[in-house]
Design a protein around this ligand. Structure first.
Ligand SMILES: *Cc1c(COP(=O)(O)O)cnc(C)c1O
Length: 248
């Protein structure tokens, strides 16, 4: 039995494998229930505030996509784990404009949190236009005042701005709706569905399928039912984020 409340450092490699198997089984079941192919959904293992050894454990099990929520933490982690050359790092946390310079140094596969014109402008000055950075626009789908993300009605102009920025390659949308314990299943489903509709609009505009980064440990099945193509799973894989050793 794998106790989901046990931090990974206290678990054996086989227990890490069991946790990954459990998440994989949940993804497979959610895809099957939605009539979707498993290959349509990628898993980002959210390693923020977790020990390096846990990242190594999941890497050894074949996980390649890892998410950090701070640029400095991502840079430091990528440096410590430089021997894992094939990791794809995702930045999933809010980005301040004054961090654009640091971001330019980061070995990033995907930036999930483009959410305002000022940030696009700052990135435009710092990033390399010869290697456009794949990015997602974060949408504040539940219109929460304290939360990052562009409001749905301001999405189209931001899409155009990102498309006009050489160093950014728009791949899709990301959202962090209100969690289940604050909203309820019907509300959360409506939020994911609203994202799916916005994603279709972006797909039409960019002329190809749109990445939809949505769904976390407690709600990714519902997100997959509403079109998620990228689930970001932290605590269900790694255990609670009790480690501060490696966080910046
Ligand atoms: C922390 C975090 C996650 C992972 O959350 P869990 O509930 O631990 O799976 C996913 N997405 C974002 C943006 C996060 O900050």
């Amino acid at each position: 039995m794998v106790d989901a409340a046990t931090p990974l450092a206290a678990l054996s490699p086989s227990a890490a494998a069991a946790r990954l198997d459990l998440i994989e089984a949940r993804i497979v079941a959610a895809c099957a229930a939605a009539g979707r192919a498993r290959a349509e959904v990628s898993l980002v293992a959210v390693s923020k505030e977790q020990p390096d050894d846990a990242v190594r454990a999941f890497h050894a099990l074949g996980v390649r996509d890892f998410g950090e929520n701070k640029v400095q933490a991502l840079l430091a982690r990528a440096e410590r784990l430089a021997d894992l050359a094939d990791v794809r790092w995702h930045l999933i946390g809010a980005l301040q404009t004054n961090k654009a310079k640091d971001l330019a140094r980061a070995p990033l596969a995907m930036l999930h949190t483009v959410d305002r014109p000022e940030l696009v402008t700052a990135l435009g000055k710092r990033l390399d236009a010869t290697r456009p950075l794949p990015c997602l626009i974060q949408v504040n789908i539940d219109r929460e005042p304290q939360k990052a993300g562009v409001l749905p009605e301001a999405l189209d102009p931001l899409v155009e701005l990102v498309l006009a920025t050489q160093c950014l390659a728009l791949a899709g949308l990301m959202a962090i709706p209100r969690p289940l314990d604050e909203s309820g299943v019907a509300e959360l489903a409506a939020s994911f569905e609203a994202m799916r509709v916005l994603g279709e609009r972006v797909a039409d505009r960019i002329g190809r399928a749109c990445v939809l980064s949505m769904g976390m440990s407690d709600d990714f099945e519902l997100a997959i039912a509403h079109g998620s193509t990228c689930v970001r799973v932290g605590s269900s894989l790694f255990g609670p984020r009790t480690y501060t050793l490696n966080s910046v």
